[in-house]
Design a protein around this ligand. Structure first.
Ligand SMILES: *[C@@H]1O[C@H](CO)[C@@H](O)[C@H](O)[C@H]1NC(C)=O
Length: 430
């Protein structure tokens, strides 16, 4: 059933001409079928191919290694092959798609039918929504394709599953008319800092008098709420811009929205409760698409030891505490190590002391302490280290103390006492 075009495996391939290339993607057509016996909707998944025609390529790009895309000479009505012209709307960072193959990055491509707001299903032209995601790369785009009307001709083949007319080469000709993209999938920012969550849109031939509505929502632990909403018009922002910021200290630049389609939001003075999944939805006229960005709020722990000097007592063990203060998120790990003067490598102590319970502060950060009992048997000169690992740290943080011998100190103390006593008697006897 699948022949000709899908010779390219799961990844992208392209053909080159002057400064442009074709990107071929293996996609899945997701079809929301009718529910079986009212048990909810069933989804059918069919392989499909999407070709982006004429993607601009940097002049220094070497394209010799790329396999040409050749449409099948015999159109096949079973095959689902979308051809999308992107000369109308440039796909931001499309070069990521071009190189995903070489970089062994998987391109996730899902296509589904799209019904513009308020229009009839099955009306002409037809629309499709494509969601593109390159794993391990900061590339995520959601685009709306509009079918380009093929000339009515009795010999025109019709795609069997979709019931849409095919071109001479057996493809569904489409144009990208709207897209929403993001350069980032996830961001980490420190508590109390400001952060920019990136999102943008591009459109083609949608009247500028249409309203554009941008909504940022936050999804956290199953609950969702609105962060910021802006409604404006691309032709007259001044007269039509309405903003409602539900989160205090959230903002969007209306001039950037209108001028560049940049709908990035800035959140100032981050709080622990700002962490979660952000959804950027752009509605332009009858079309809408969204992007998802995850925000992690992090705070580095402040690590300290209870003692600056650890002088052993001869009989009883000494308690050494390691305090790990005001960090976020919760997952901090503490470890005790020791390095005796005769060793070259520190060893993890078999006795890891006892952990306090987590304390949570008013700002949502946590503190944790670990208490280690240092026995009198530890040899002087041993370095005891408390090592803390936390997601906000690139490398674990360590604080150490060197154990000092009890003899030396009590010996000095006794010596001092003796000298004073001798001096005293010397004075008295005179
Ligand atoms: C939006 O503008 C900011 C600077 O204000 C920039 O850092 C960001 O990359 C832009 N985003 C998009 C999607 O154009």
């Amino acid at each position: 059933m699948i022949s000709g075009v899908i010779l390219f495996g799961y990844f992208t391939t392209c053909v080159c001409a002057d400064g442009v290339a074709d990107v071929v993607l293996s996609c899945t057509l997701v079809d929301e079928g009718v529910g079986l016996g009212g048990m909810g909707a069933a989804f059918s998944r069919t392989p499909a191919t999407l070709v982006f025609r004429d993607v601009p390529v940097a002049p220094d790009e070497s394209l010799e290694m790329l396999t040409p895309f050749v449409p099948s000479s015999v159109p096949d009505p079973d095959l689902i092959l979308f051809e999308a012209k992107v000369s109308s709307v440039e796909i931001p960072s499309a070069d990521v798609l071009l190189h995903a193959d070489c970089n062994e990055q998987e391109v996730l491509c899902e296509i589904s039918r799209y019904t513009p707001h308020g229009s009839q299903e099955g009306s002409d032209p037809a629309y499709f929504m494509v969601s593109l995601n390159v794993e391990a790369a900061e590339f995520s785009t959601c685009l709306i394709l509009q079918t380009v009307m093929a000339e009515k001709d009795p010999t025109t083949l019709v795609q069997k599953k979709l019931g849409l007319p095919l071109s001479q080469s057996g493809s569904l000709l489409t144009e990208v008319i709207f897209l929403v993209f993001s350069h980032i999938k996830s961001v980490s920012a420190p508590l109390r800092a400001d952060v920019l969550l990136n999102c943008g849109f591009k459109q083609h031939e949608i009247p500028l008098s249409q309203e554009v509505a941008i909504e940022w929502r936050l999804q956290h632990r199953g609950k969702g709420h609105k962060v910021l909403e802006m409604r404006t018009r691309l032709d007259d922002a001044e007269g039509h811009t309405v903003v409602s910021a539900e989160r205090r200290g959230s903002s969007m630049d209306a001039a950037q929205v209108v001028g560049e389609g940049n709908v990035s939001v800035t959140l100032s003075k981050l709080k622990v409760l700002d962490a979660g999944i952000y959804i950027c939805t752009v509605r332009l006229g009858l079309f809408h698409a969204q992007q998802v960005i995850e925000l992690h709020v992090v705070q580095l722990p402040n690590v300290s030891l209870s003692e600056e000097k650890l002088v052993l007592k001869t009989k009883s063990p000494q308690t050494l505490s390691c305090h790990c203060n005001k960090y976020y998120p919760l997952d901090a790990q503490m470890e005790w190590l020791s390095l005796s003067p005769t060793d070259t490598e520190p060893v993890v102590l078999p006795d890891q002391g006892s952990l306090s319970s987590h304390r949570q502060h008013g700002d949502g950060t946590y503190s944790l302490s670990s208490h280690l009992s240092v026995p009198p048997s530890v040899s002087p000169g041993t370095k005891i280290t408390c090592r803390v690992s936390h997601p906000a740290l690139d490398a674990p943080l360590s604080v150490s103390v060197v154990v000092q011998s009890p003899e030396a100190d009590s010996y000095l103390w006794v010596l001092g006492f003796l000298i004073i006593t001798v001096l005293f008697f010397y004075q008295v006897m005179r």
